[in-house]
Write a protein that binds this ligand. Sequence first.
Ligand code: CMX
Length: 436
Amino acid sequence: MSNIDPLKKKFETKSEKVRVELRKYLKEKGDAKIDEVSFAQVVGGMRGVKSMIWETSQLDPEEGIRFRGYSIPELRKVLPKRNEGKEPLPEGLFWLMLVGELPTDDQVSWLSAQWAKRAEIPKHTEKVLEALPADTHPMTQFSTAILSLQSSSEFANRYAEGMNKSEYWEATYEDSMNLIARLPRIAAYIYRRVYHNGDHIAPDPKLDWGGNFAHMLGIKGEDFKSLMRLYLTIHADHEGGNASAHTTHLVGSTLSDPYLAFSAAMNALAGPLHGLANQEVIKWIFKMCESLGTNSPSKEQIADYVQKTLSEGRVIPGYGHAVLRQPDPRFVAQKKFAEEYIDDSDVVETVWKVYEVVPDILKSLGKVKNPWPNVDAHSGALLVHYGLNQFSYYTVLFGVSRALGVLSSLCWSRALGLPLERPKSVTSEWLLNQVR
Ligand code: CMX
């Protein structure tokens, strides 16, 4: 297989070089100190503790995410596009993240075709989904469907047969490629099942991964396909410490296969402080509009509603971040998309007004470290504009995209031979004794 799969071959060469170097320095400089950990970091959710290797992207608090060194505006320029389209193909980002090189148009076409070839989902996965009550949250359905694919894991099957350690990366790569290929089918199946009476739409194998997903969702028009390509690109990775990425890394480190690891990651993404915030934002906006009796609230009305939300002991969804200290470039990219593609939309305008109002209010609280919008503050408004207005589904879209980053990173973890993750925990008494 490695002879006929150019991506796998490249990955093998690149990762082997890094593996050898890491091993060498581990032996020679294993005791070298790279950082210190404070009391606040232990109590405060390990913010900023440097404790894992993640090759595919790096997050700077001020500048935002860079994927293998490329910012989002740069990616929009340099990644291959489809035909005359303006938005990058997520396939290109996967290639870039996995091997650290920008792909050519031909390489991206090869990857689109590979994923189209691997996309079939087994009948039993459909049956598993059909057995769940239709009002089961779409993220629960998504995670369950992914788990149901686990029986086809090459990693698990080869491990059971005594696979050599040196082959872990290869089995992880095959599982990751198969899983990524199948995710749009699963996600579209859930969407059509829950919201369109099971009226499913056959895939179009001539389309790219994101375009085909848009097609199978049943939302018409080239602009929505463009939005999906951008959406699936910008949500893909946010370095390794965020909850869904870290979950993939942790679960994968036990040599659970990619299906088990990614399903677990989706359970983390389904939390309202993480990916579910995209659903919460739009729910919050529509509730505000409903309670004010207008689709176009003024900035004063929004400010009052924000204060009301805070006084109820709730967070303003879509604002704040554990690492970022500036408006999220993923928010900015979506705002730019709206400016370019959308002429007139009350919900988009409302998102922009919220952006003018919320940061000053959050700053005035004196405790919020980042008062700026994150990726989730804008995405729902774009989806509503194109008619995808089933809020509970939004995090599934995030999940499909997130697979690209966390699974390419999982390939790296197995290729580098990274061990079982096992940090040290302490009791509060021990910790307090260090500072008393
Ligand atoms: N609204 C109100 N209060 C907020 C807030 C917000 N948007 N963001 C942070 N705060 C509060 C925190 O709840 C915390 O309050 P307490 O001290 O009373 O507990 C205080 O400000 C300090 O928090 P922080 O250090 O600024 O933020 P954290 O790193 O602890 O948390 C995050 C980060 C994202 C969980 C938080 O900003 C938040 O809850 N935001 C809203 C939910 C959201 O949009 N999540 C999506 C993040 C992106 C993603 O993963 O998809």
